[in-house]
Ligand binder design. Sequence first.
Ligand SMILES: Cc1cc2nc3c(=O)[nH]c(=O)nc-3n(C[C@H](O)[C@H](O)[C@H](O)COP(=O)(O)OP(=O)(O)OC[C@H]3O[C@@H](n4cnc5c(N)ncnc54)[C@H](O)[C@@H]3O)c2cc1C
Length: 231
Amino acid sequence: MLVPLINTGIAVSVIGPSKLPMDGLLPEPIATELKITLSNAGVDWHFQNTVTTVNHATTSNNNGYELTLSNGDLIQADVVISAIGLCPNIELAKTIGITVNRGIVTNEYLQTSQPNIYALGDCAEVAGHNLLFIAPILVAAKALAKTLSGQTTAVKYPAMPVAIKTPNYPLIVAIPALLAKGSWQFECASSGFGIKAVFTNDSAALLGFVLSGDMVSEKQVLTKLLPDILA
Ligand SMILES: Cc1cc2nc3c(=O)[nH]c(=O)nc-3n(C[C@H](O)[C@H](O)[C@H](O)COP(=O)(O)OP(=O)(O)OC[C@H]3O[C@@H](n4cnc5c(N)ncnc54)[C@H](O)[C@@H]3O)c2cc1C
C-alpha cells in the first residue's frame, strides 16, 4: 500500500519498532534492499520507534495530525494508517468453551473441540497452522465441503508462496516453518536488481525461499521443490 502512495507523489513516513521493514518475514539482505529501494522512491523511515501519541495538529497543518514518536520526534500527517498486524477474534469461541490458542484450534478436518462446530479462515488454527490469506482458505473450504457431504477429507496445505504488494520491489515469500533447522544462502540477480534467498537443511533440501526484484521469475521452479505445509 505504501508504494502506490509514494508513487503518486504523496509523502509517506513509516514508523515501526524493528530495524528493517518486514524483518520478521524477510532475511536481512532482502529487507535492506527493500528499505533502500523505497528510500530512493522517497519513503521516510522511522525504525526502532513507535507512535506514543496522535493529536490534532495545532500548528500549520490544521486539518491533519501531529504524531509524537518514542524518540521524541514529531511528524505532521494528513492521514494516519495503522497497520500493526492481524489477530484472530477468538472471543466467541472462548466464551462457549471451544479450545483456542492463537486461533480457534481445529484438527486437520477443521473440527473444533466441540462436536459439529468447525472453523475455517483467518480465525482457524488448523493442526497448528494459523494462515491469514486466501489460498489456504480455498483448500480448507474444499476439504470441509467434502467432509460435510459425507466424505471425510483432511486438509492438506501445499506450499503456498505469498506475493507481497510492493511493486517497486517485487517480493515472493515462502518462509520456512518456525522450527525448521537450516540456513539461508543468497544469490544476487545478474541484473543487479533483486536477490534469491533459499533456506535449506543439512541435506540441501529446500525448506523455504524469498525472491525479490528480477529473481521472482524463479517462483514456479522453487515452489515445486518445497515440502507441503500440512501433508
Ligand atoms: C488489508 C488486507 C489486505 C489483504 N490482502 C490479501 C491478499 O492480497 N491476498 C490474500 O490472499 N489475502 C489477503 N488478505 C487476507 C484475506 O483478506 C483474509 O485471509 C481473508 O479475508 C479471511 O477470510 P475470512 O472469511 O476468514 O475472514 P474475514 O474476511 O475477516 O470475514 C469474517 C467475517 O465474519 C464476520 N463476523 C465476525 N464476527 C462475527 C459474528 N460473531 N457473527 C457473524 N459474523 C461475524 C465479519 O464481519 C466478517 O464479515 C488481506 C487482508 C487485509 C486485512
